[in-house]
Design a protein around this ligand. Structure first.
Ligand SMILES: Nc1nc2c(c(=O)[nH]1)N[C@@H](CNc1ccc(C(=O)N[C@@H](CCC(=O)N[C@@H](CCC(=O)N[C@@H](CCC(=O)O)C(=O)O)C(=O)O)C(=O)O)cc1)CN2
Ligand SMILES: [Zn+2]
Length: 751
């Protein structure tokens, strides 16, 4: 048996990667020293895996921003609007982050994760091989560290399915253009002496048509013909392979399967066998979560696998790239006692692989199994009063006391909003000053009172700014929050938080997902003070602002001893108390964000309905107990909503804001074939880019939307929160946005 890894976190154990990138963008680092720092991080990551004794080490999993963007650039798929870029680096980051003269490429969720990739755009061009990046990475590891690496690339079927800018009927042509380029990559690797390549095809865990499957097999036959000396590990993850029987017959030398998130994987293998001549990449450790595995159970699993495949042809590995977990648990020093020996981040998972693959490790294995036993018997996990309360709450009729149309009228009487009301999504710039203030409070240099006063000053400043800009519905700005999920985790019971548990979310941006380890319940109001304070400063409505239950669930590391559905109901039950606390404090416009609701949708269609049922119910449990005059808002971003409007409607929120600007036309066209009656704001500008949108382009966007939506259901807002932008970008962009709304309003009033 061998140990293998599918990908290692890029960010470095102290987020060195993030810091280097951001310093470079701010021109505090020259290109040469930036690239040198990146090389150092890349090599250190590889050396670490070598030192940990991993047999098969991935290379080319590292990137300067995103691995899908790397693939697009490698194939010369550069949208025309970026062609003027002066050098390859500014072209690359231009595509990722946008330029004043060109909007950034779209960014979207990588399957069902909180990682976002840059969507390749085809634009009628013929791909070409600009640089064999896997080869460069292979040679670097070999020459500099003596590592015989396994280059990783995204496979052609997944790459095309995750790209845009072509018609469905063009897919075959595009594939036939791409395949020869992949073949060249493989041949050059073979010539350089590479033994293995890992070709990631997570798309194979979703349903493909029979034709697509046949076409996929043909592609792999061509790969085999082109480079018969290079071994291909065809890697699937995040679920069981949908077409197991067919895929194991592909002419490749190894098949990588997910035994953690693919509940059916082992059964499929038992039923259909596993080819004797292939290597089994057995993904047995959870690459998406941070709990130590029950190693004796994993030993049993390995024994079962050895009955189905020869031991020397098994690689044990994480279920997916370790990109989705933090680097190392050894930096955590303030956890509840029962968590200390039960956490496994990337490094600990590699250590688990070593324990499982070497003989006579029973003592260490017992130590960790005992820790898991201790965790499961912790009082925090066994709070019967929480279980009873949640059961009771779930049993109630989860719906608003009046239908939408009645609410709408009554709410308009209360708020008297103008046509096309303008608002923002919640957060304002988390400037260095804001982060430093939190740092001072955390280190004890500032008292709580000093910090609270700082937050109040920020709120006051931004209420004034919003009034000056002329926005109709204001927000307090979320200055008290590190992150929209971490913040609630810190205030609810049942959560633990990490000091250094950073995971990349997109580009240089990282999150520190809280850890849900116990039963969740409400302890005290979490957002009331700030909202009430903000409302006291203005006559305009200020929206209360909280994160919804499904998003808290999906962006946390969740205990795996009870179902996610159960945990979500616990969170929803706790959040309902917050909503009611806001309402009784006089905050009667309340936004409950659910940006991760769509991302949590299972990859397999057969599981959708169940997920939709409970996630919608959890949102309703959180929001439905308010009066008819209380206006519930929600917000979603980073995904394709075209097929999701039915679900969105079931949430029964009075107003929803959706991110759309990077793919505006596509969403707008979705409203031509399905109807949506409630309040809705389609984001009119991209907030991920430092670029300031022009009045005119937003005016056009609003008018386009008016072709498919009714003027008195429409709101005007940016795509998402503004925490990643700086102050002047934010003010200038919002001024332009309100000016654009005013122009359209004027025109509507005349017509
Ligand atoms: N959980 C989550 N997922 C999400 C989103 C989200 O908002 N949250 N949004 C979408 C996009 N993803 C995003 C993810 C992260 C960020 C983001 O801005 N992250 C920040 C970190 C936010 C944070 O927790 N900040 C802390 C820590 C800040 C920090 O780095 N402090 C300084 C120290 C400052 C000092 O003490 O002087 C340091 O460590 O260097 C704080 O504000 O307190 C970043 O990477 O920069 C934005 C969007 C989808 N998924
Ligand atoms: Zn958002």
């Amino acid at each position: 048996m061998k140990t293998s890894n599918l990908g290692y976190p890029r960010i470095g154990s102290n987020r060195e990667w993030k810091r280097a990138l951001e310093a470079f963008w701010k021109r505090e680092l020259t290109e040469a020293s930036f690239l040198q720092q990146m090389e150092q991080i890349r090599l250190a990551n590889l050396q670490k895996q070598k030192d940990m004794g991993i047999d098969i080490i991935p290379v080319n999993d590292f990137t300067l921003y995103d691995h899908m963007l790397d693939m697009a650039v490698m194939f010369g798929l550069v949208p025309k609007r970026f062609e003027a870029a002066k050098n390859p680096i500014s072209l690359y980051f231009g595509m990722a982050r946008g330029k004043q003269e060109a909007v950034a490429c779209e960014m979207t969720k990588w399957f069902n994760t909180n990682y976002h990739y840059i969507v390749p755009e085809w634009e009628d061009r013929t791909p070409r091989l600009v640089e064999n990046k896997p080869l460069t990475a292979y040679k670097e590891a070999k020459e500099k560290l003596g590592i015989e690496g396994k280059p990783v690339i995204v496979g052609p079927v997944t790459f095309i399915k995750c790209a845009k800018g072509y018609l469905p009927e063009q897919e075959d042509t595009l594939l036939s253009q791409l395949v020869p380029l992949y073949c060249r990559i493989l041949q050059e690797l073979e010539q350089a002496g590479a033994q293995w390549i890992q070709i990631d095809e997570p798309i194979f865990v979703t349903s493909l048509s029979e034709e697509e499957l046949t076409a996929s097999k043909k592609i792999y036959e061509q790969f085999h013909k082109a480079s018969s000396g290079l071994n291909i590990m065809l890697q699937t993850y995040f679920e069981s392979a949908e077409h197991y029987k067919e895929i194991i017959q592909f002419p490749v030398q190894g098949i990588g399967l997910d035994f953690v998130h693919g509940e059916k994987t082992l059964d499929e293998m038992r039923m259909h066998g596993f080819p004797e001549d292939k290597v089994l990449g057995a993904g047995i450790l959870d690459g998406r979560n941070i709990w130590r595995a029950n190693l004796s159970q994993k030993q049993e699993l390995i024994l079962q696998l050895e009955e189905l495949a020869a031991s020397e042809r098994i690689w044990i590995q994480p279920s997916c790239s370790l990109l989705h977990v933090p680097v190392s648990a050894k930096h955590e020093h303030s956890l509840p006692q029962e968590l200390y020996n039960s956490l496994a981040f990337a490094d600990e998972k590699l250590e688990e692989l070593r324990l499982l693959s070497s003989p006579s490790q029973q003592e260490a294995i017992k130590k960790y199994d005992d820790a898991l036993y201790l965790l499961n018997s912790s009082p925090a996990r066994n709070r019967t009063e929480v279980l009873w309360e949640v059961e009771k709450a779930q049993g109630k009729d989860l719906k608003r006391n009046q239908p939408y149309m009645n609410r709408k009228q009554k709410q308009q009487e209360v708020w008297n909003l103008p046509l096309l009301p303008t608002t923002t999504i919640g957060s304002f710039p988390q400037t260095a000053e804001v982060k430093q203030a939190r740092g001072k409070h955390k280190r004890g240099e500032w008292t709580k009172a000093q910090y609270d006063q700082f937050v109040k000053n920020q709120i006051e400043k931004w209420i004034k700014i919003q009034e000056d800009i002329g926005l109709d519905v204001l927000v307090h700005g979320e200055f008290e929050r590190t992150d929209m999920v971490e913040f609630f985790g810190q205030k609810l019971n049942g959560f633990a938080f990490l000091e250094n548990g950073w995971v990349q979310s997109y580009g240089s941006r990282c999150v520190k997902p809280p850890v849900i380890y116990g039963d969740v319940d409400f302890s005290e109001p979490m957002t009331v003070n700030e909202s009430v304070y903000a409302q006291s400063l203005t006559d305009k409505p200020v929206k209360g602002m909280l994160t919804g239950p499904v998003t808290i669930l999906n962006w946390s590391f969740v205990r795996d001893d009870i179902s996610r559905e159960n945990v979500c109901y616990q969170i929803a039950n706790a959040l309902q108390k917050e909503v009611l606390a806001l309402e009784s404090a006089g905050i009667t416009m309340i936004q409950v964000d659910e940006p991760a609701l769509r991302e949590g949708l299972p990859l397999k269609k057969s599981k959708w309905q169940h997920y939709i049922d409970w996630s919608v119910n959890c949102f309703l449990l959180t929001t439905c107990a308010v009066k008819e005059t209380t206006q519930i808002h929600t917000h979603m971003c980073y995904c394709d909503f075209n097929e999701f409007l039915g679900v969105i409607s079931k949430l029964d929120a009075d107003v929803i804001s959706l991110e759309t600007s990077r793919s505006h036309g596509e969403l707008v066209s979705a409203f031509t074939w399905q109807s949506y009656e409630k309040g809705i704001g389609l984001g009119v500008y991209d907030i991920h880019s430092p670029r300031i949108p022009e009045i005119e382009e937003m005016r056009v966007m609003i008018e386009k939307t008016l072709e498919v939506l009714h003027e008195d259901q429409m709101w005007v807002n940016p795509d998402c929160g503004l925490k990643t932008r700086n102050i002047s970008e934010t003010i200038q962009s919002l001024k332009n946005m309100t000016a654009a709304a005013a122009l359209v309003r004027k025109k509507e009033a005349v017509s």
